[in-house]
Design a binder for this molecule. Structure first.
Ligand code: SDX
Length: 393
């Protein structure tokens, strides 16, 4: 503490809110959503049920769940006019660039859900975002491929519908592979929420001024994009490609340890976890299952496993408690199921939307909620007189 304010750049020691949604014990590698361990949710639940849990605080009854799924399904179409918005982008735009803009633009399309003081408006906006993210995400991919947009299908699961919008073409029938569908659902679930990470904190701060929900989620997407956060899954795959072979791993381990070299192991290290990220463990298992089921032999997986092995036995990584995080294996799974690298962070955003919304709603429901407004320690010039003479030559 320096003077009146607590000085905590990067928020290493500051709790900015109270929350009942997600608990993390970083030392022990524990992650709970509404009290339930992530491993048990991964084994016994599915993404939309976890969405319900995060949003409403408890597991749905059968009837509540059917109703919830039906409402999510009924909101999957986007306003037809949005197609023109997409068409304004260059074909080679990064899909995350499109997502930041398009999700923010939803505020211009759905005027009946913008009053954040109205509980019903908040709920409609929550459903809209949850339902439309897969549609928008798939559209950003189709646009980059020069292929026609695919309308959502209400007879498919949340993950199945997304895959269909990503991969089906008018010329032949696309049948969703159940292994791929399950893997996609699991990837969504493992990314659903992670308490006050940078993007969720961004959504809370944006929402604290009573900004509309679509604008707030766009702010979250912008924050997620960076390679230190959600962009790490894309960066991790690029890194594995760059390493190229198991023999070259030691060279890159040495580079990651070198303070003068900007290279870092992508998908390694975490602000909160000082042991194995429990999501990475589940993802690693999923990765093996999927590659085996699909009979895929991926040299990048060999590199990833060897890299993990070497890093976990290296003094530098042991001392600094650097373990693989959720982004380390997710890229290999997504690659195995045919998702292009540029879509990895978009999928993280799609899946995290429910967490962002749950936190946004929780914040707005908190009695006495105030605008977020950090202070600073000013280190600039002291007060001085502005010269009355002419500018220096
Ligand atoms: C996500 O917060 C969340 O919950 C995020 C997330 C979520 O679900 O929302 O879990 C998702 O963002 C996962 C993280 C994805 N990012 C990466 O994989 C990028 C690589 N990792 C990092 O850059 C880093 O570890 C962070 C950003 C994840 C954490 O940053 P911190 O907490 O500010 O820690 P730091 O950068 O200060 O690292 C501490 C030390 C440093 O060395 P010293 O200065 O103390 O000597 O560890 C070193 C770092 O140089 N270090 C690494 C390293 N990560 C940290 N050294 C080599 N390779 C790495 N990956």
């Amino acid at each position: 503490s320096k003077g009146y304010f607590t000085f905590d750049p990067g928020f290493l020691a500051t709790a900015a809110c109270e929350s009942q949604i997600t608990f993390i014990d970083g030392e022990k590698g524990i992650l709970l959503h509404r009290g339930y361990p992530i491993e048990q949710l991964a084994d016994n639940s599915e993404y939309l049920e976890v969405c319900y849990l995060l949003l409403f605080g408890q597991r749905p009854t059968e009837k509540q769940y059917e109703q919830f799924k039906e409402t999510v399904t009924r909101h999957t179409m986007v306003h037809e006019q949005l197609i023109h918005f997409f068409q304004g982008f260059r074909r080679d735009s990064h899909p995350m660039a499109i997502m930041v803009a398009v999700v923010g633009a939803l505020s211009a399309f759905y005027h009946d859900s913008l009053d954040v003081t109205n509980e019903r408006h908040r709920e409609i906006a929550a459903y809209r975002l949850l339902s439309k993210m897969p549609t928008l995400a798939a559209m950003s991919y189709k646009y980059s491929m020069g292929q026609p947009f695919v309308y959502p299908r209400n007879d498919l699961s949340y993950a199945g519908n997304f895959l269909n919008m990503m991969f089906s073409v008018p010329t032949e029938e696309y049948i969703v592979n159940p292994i791929v569908e399950k893997a996609m659902d699991r990837i969504f679930m493992l990314h659903a929420d992670h308490e006050q990470n940078a993007s969720t904190s961004t959504v809370r701060l944006a929402g604290s001024s009573a900004s509309n929900p679509f604008a707030c989620i766009a702010a979250g997407i912008a924050c997620l994009w960076g390679p230190a956060h959600g962009g790490a899954n894309e960066a991790c795959l690029a890194m594995l490609e760059q390493i190229g072979s198991v023999e070259r791993i030691p060279e890159f381990i040495e580079r990651a340890k070198d303070k003068d070299d900007p290279f870092r192991l992508m998908g390694f290290g975490h602000r909160v976890y000082k042991s194995y990220d429990p999501r990475a463990k589940v993802m690693q298992q999923t990765c093996h299952d999927v590659l085996e089921d699909l009979k895929i032999d991926d040299r990048l997986l060999d590199i990833a496993m060897e890299l993990e092995h070497i890093a976990l036995t290296d003094d530098y990584f042991i001392e600094k408690k650097l373990y693989p995080n959720v982004d380390f294996y997710s890229g290999i799974v997504m690659r195995a199921i045919g998702i292009p690298t540029s879509m990895f962070t978009v999928i993280f955003a799609l899946a995290r939307t429910v967490g962002w919304i749950a936190h946004w709603i929780e914040m707005l429901q908190t009695p006495g909620q105030r605008i977020g407004r950090p202070r600073q320690l000013y280190t600039g010039e002291a007060m001085r007189d502005f010269p009355t003479t002419s500018r220096q030559k």
